[in-house]
Design a protein around this ligand. Structure first.
Ligand SMILES: O=C(O)CCC(=O)C(=O)O
Length: 228
C-alpha cells in the first residue's frame, strides 16, 4: 500500500507539513530561463569557480561575514530573479547574495544550517537535473537521542523548481545532499505526491546546478574608488 504523507498537492506552493516553513514550488521558472541562466553561469571565466572537495561554486554579491558583507552588485541575470523573490513575498528586501553550486554525480553537501548571518530564509533554484535533499531536526545531545540530529525527511528537487526554507525550516533544521551516484524515487519522499507519482525506481544522478539566494542583513557599501 502506498505510504501516505500529509503534504497536499493542490496548490502551486506546496507546503511540506512535516517541516514547518518548507515550501516547494515546481516549475518556478520555464525552460527558456533555465537555459539562459545556465549559459550565463558557464560563460563565466574558470577563475570565477571555487573548487571544493565535493563540488564547485560561484559566489556572487560579496563574501558574507558576521561583521558585515562588503556588497557588490549582482549581475542583471541574478538580480532579475532576486527581485522576483522579493516581489513574491519571500524576502523583506531583495536578496543580495547568491551561491551557485555545481554537483557532479557522487558529489553533495554535508548537512548544515545557513545561520544568523542571513535573514532567515533561503531560496534554492534547481537547474538541469533532479536531486534528493535530506532534512534533519537539530537535537540537543541527550541519553535518548543519538548524536545531535534526527532525520526528518527528504524532498525531490526537480529542475526549475524553487525550494523555500524559512521560519522553523531555516532555524531548527539542517539540510544536505548525499554524495551518492543514484537515489530512489518513491513514496518515502515528502513531496512525492507532487512529482508525478512515478513508479518507485532507482535514478542515476546527473550534473545538477543550484542557485541559493539569501539576504545578508549587515552590509558595508562597496566604495568605488575613482581613478586619479
Ligand atoms: O545546492 C543546494 O541545493 C543546496 C545549497 C546549500 O545548501 C548552500 O549553498 O548552503
Amino acid at each position: 500500500m502506498e505510504k501516505r504523507n500529509e503534504t497536499t498537492c493542490d496548490k502551486q506552493q506546496i507546503k511540506i507539513q512535516q517541516i514547518p516553513g518548507l515550501v516547494y514550488i515546481p516549475e518556478y521558472i520555464d525552460i527558456t530561463l533555465e537555459e539562459y541562466l545556465l549559459t550565463q553561469i558557464y560563460n563565466q571565466s574558470i577563475a570565477k569557480w571555487k573548487k571544493l572537495a565535493n563540488r564547485r561554486l560561484q559566489n556572487w554579491g560579496g563574501i558574507p561575514h558576521e561583521k558585515g558583507m562588503i556588497s557588490t552588485k549582482l549581475p542583471y541575470w541574478l538580480q532579475n530573479i532576486a527581485t522576483r523573490l522579493q516581489q513574491d513575498g519571500f524576502f523583506p528586501t531583495t536578496p543580495n547574495h547568491v551561491l551557485i553550486n555545481e554537483y557532479l554525480p557522487g558529489q553533495g553537501i554535508e548537512p548544515h544550517e545557513d545561520g544568523p548571518i542571513y535573514y532567515s530564509c533561503a531560496a534554492i533554484l534547481s537547474l538541469e537535473s533532479e536531486i534528493v535533499m535530506d532534512f534533519y531536526a537539530k537535537r540537543v545531545k541527550s541519553e535518548t537521542a543519538e548524536g545531535t540530529r534526527e532525520y526528518a525527511g527528504s524532498l525531490l528537487l526537480q529542475p526549475r523548481s524553487l525550494l523555500i526554507m524559512r521560519e522553523s525550516a531555516y532555524v531548527d533544521y539542517l539540510h544536505g545532499i548525499q554524495e551518492s551516484f543514484y537515489f530512489t524515487k518513491g513514496s518515502w519522499l515528502l513531496n512525492y505526491c507532487c512529482c508525478g507519482k512515478e513508479e518507485e525506481r532507482q535514478v542515476d544522478r546527473k550534473k545538477r546546478v543550484s542557485l541559493t539566494f539569501r539576504l545578508v542583513t549587515k552590509t558595508i557599501p562597496n566604495v568605488v574608488r575613482l581613478g586619479k
